[in-house]
Structure formats: structure tokens, C-alpha cells
Design a protein around this ligand. Structure first.
Ligand SMILES: Nc1ncnc2c1ncn2[C@@H]1O[C@H](COP(=O)(O)OP(=O)(O)OP(=O)(O)O)[C@@H](O)[C@H]1O
Ligand SMILES: [Mg+2]
Length: 250
């Protein structure tokens, strides 16, 4: 791997559901330290593309590599070990567990081997890491609350925090800002930027909130009807007539 190897490389991904061409021959690269926004009207194939990239769905064709390594067919826990974290469009928190336990659990599947699981501390030594993340995402006052008792916005923040438990170098977020109020949105954006600046974390972010995307991302990719119709800096995308048309017609 040399310095120019993309962190994420997606080549010719196609995915159909029956007669619906959800993703049509999508290719793009993401370089180290980029924050790539993935936008497009409802149903344009954004989540399907994420799911093809990270193995929740098997693409009909195409390749995906992370740091030069092919990841087709890889399980989520192995992707985690490669330094990839993600969130889903739907919340993935356990409502009957505390904030702290949700974060610890998110770290468990990719931590340790059978020996450390048998003889190590019951929390696999993850509490300290989880506490750090809770503070980092400013959820400290909610540490021992049941996740189900949190507001939707607070749960979204917890959900995002969970994607960082493995110390990932690449994080894919599917609509992290959906339903989150303005104050928390600013907090989330600032936290993601801090990860990017302090640890060089690379991001791909699906989001409908244009203000959030335009102020967070270094580059934006636009999907319409399963295909990439535009790619560029936020300010270029903002005034791209094809993009405006795709949204108005959608
Ligand atoms: N499991 C599935 N079975 C059948 N069709 C599906 C499935 N998942 C997605 N689709 C279809 O594929 C297309 C793309 O859906 P997808 O969820 O990827 O869009 P999206 O861009 O994430 O939309 P949104 O912004 O609303 O989340 C849609 O037409 C959708 O109905
Ligand atoms: Mg989606």
C-alpha cells in the first residue's frame, strides 16, 4: 500500500431488487482524511450502496476495497478489525440497556480472542474506552440512563458514538442528523470534525440536511436513480443545475 492508496475504493457496484435498479454501476474513491458527503433524493440508492459496501447486501457485481484490501463477503466484525465503523439509517441501540452498556457492547464483537474473553475482565477492558467516548460525545450526564429513556436526538448521538468503539479509521454514517435538533446537530458536526482533525478519521456521510452536509464535507457525491450524477466541492454541488433538478423532480 502506498500513500496514494484510497482508504475506500468502490468499483462498478450494481444492485437490483427485482426490476428496481437501486444502484447502477457506481464507482468512487475516498482518500485518507476526506469527509465525503453522499446525497440524493429519497430512494436514490444511498443506503443500498452503503449496504453493498459493508456486506449487509451482496452486490450483483462490482468490487470494494479498504486500504487496498478486497472486502467482498467480509463479516461486519472482520470489517471492524480492518478499522471500519458504520451506523444504519434505523437506530441500532438497545433501549433496555444503559448508555454505557450500549457502547461497551458495540466494542465487544471485535475485541479480544477466545482466551481474553474467557480469562479477561468481564467487560473485556472496554469500560475505560467507552467512558472516553461518552465524554467525547458529551453524553456523560446520561451514562447510566436506559437508552430507551433518551430523546430521539440523544439516541442518534449515542448510535453515532457506538460506531467509534473500535477506533476506526473509516466511518460510514447513514443519516446521522435525521431528527436531531439544531444544538445537537452542531455538537455532532463538531465532534465528527474533531475526530477528523485529531485522528485523521475518514468519513462517508449520507445526509438530507444540506446545511449539515455543506458545512461538514470536503467533497460531495450525488446519487439520482441509483447512479452518480455529480461530484465536487460543496459549493460546486450547491449550484449544479442537474442536482437541483434531481431534487425538484424527485
Ligand atoms: N430490500 C429491498 N427490497 C426491495 N427494494 C428495495 C430494498 N431496499 C431498497 N429497495 C429499493 O431500492 C431503492 C433505493 O433504496 P434506498 O433505501 O437505497 O434509498 P435511499 O437513497 O437510502 O433513500 P432514503 O433517502 O429515503 O433513505 C428504492 O426504490 C427502494 O424501494
Ligand atoms: Mg437511506
Amino acid at each position: 500500500m502506498n500513500a496514494a492508496t484510497p482508504v475506500l475504493s468502490v468499483r462498478n457496484i450494481c444492485k437490483s431488487f427485482g426490476g428496481i435498479h437501486a444502484v447502477r454501476d457506481v464507482s468512487f474513491d475516498v482518500g485518507a482524511g476526506e469527509i465525503l458527503g453522499l446525497i440524493g433524493p429519497n430512494g436514490s440508492g444511498k443506503s443500498t450502496l452503503f449496504n453493498c459496501i459493508l456486506g449487509q447486501l451482496r452486490p450483483d457485481s462490482g468490487q470494494v476495497s479498504v486500504n487496498g484490501k478486497q472486502v467482498a463477503g467480509m463479516r461486519a466484525c472482520d470489517l471492524n478489525k480492518l478499522g471500519v465503523g458504520r451506523t444504519f439509517q434505523m437506530l441500532q441501540v438497545f433501549p433496555q440497556m444503559t448508555v454505557l452498556d450500549n457502547i461497551i457492547l458495540a466494542g465487544q464483537e471485535h475485541h479480544g480472542n477466545m482466551l481474553t474473553r474467557l480469562f479477561g475482565p468481564p467487560d473485556a477492558g472496554l469500560t475505560e474506552e467507552a467512558e472516553r467516548l461518552i465524554e467525547f460525545f458529551r453524553l456523560g450526564h446520561l451514562r447510566d440512563e436506559l437508552a430507551g429513556s433518551l430523546s430521539y436526538g440523544q439516541q442518534k448521538l449515542l448510535d453515532a458514538a457506538m460506531a467509534f468503539m473500535a477506533g476506526p479509521s473509516l466511518v460510514l454514517l447513514d443519516e446521522p442528523a435525521g431528527g436531531v435538533n439544531l444544538t445537537m446537530l452542531a455538537s455532532l458536526k463538531e465532534r465528527l470534525k474533531a475526530f477528523n482533525a485529531e485522528r485523521g478519521t475518514t468519513f462517508v456521510v449520507i445526509e438530507h440536511n444540506m446545511e449539515f452536509v455543506m458545512s461538514l464535507c470536503t467533497r460531495v457525491l450525488v446519487l439520482a436513480d441509483g447512479a452518480i450524477i455529480a461530484e465536487g466541492k460543496p459549493e460546486e454541488i450547491r449550484r449544479n443545475s442537474q442536482v437541483i433538478e434531481a431534487y425538484l423532480g424527485g
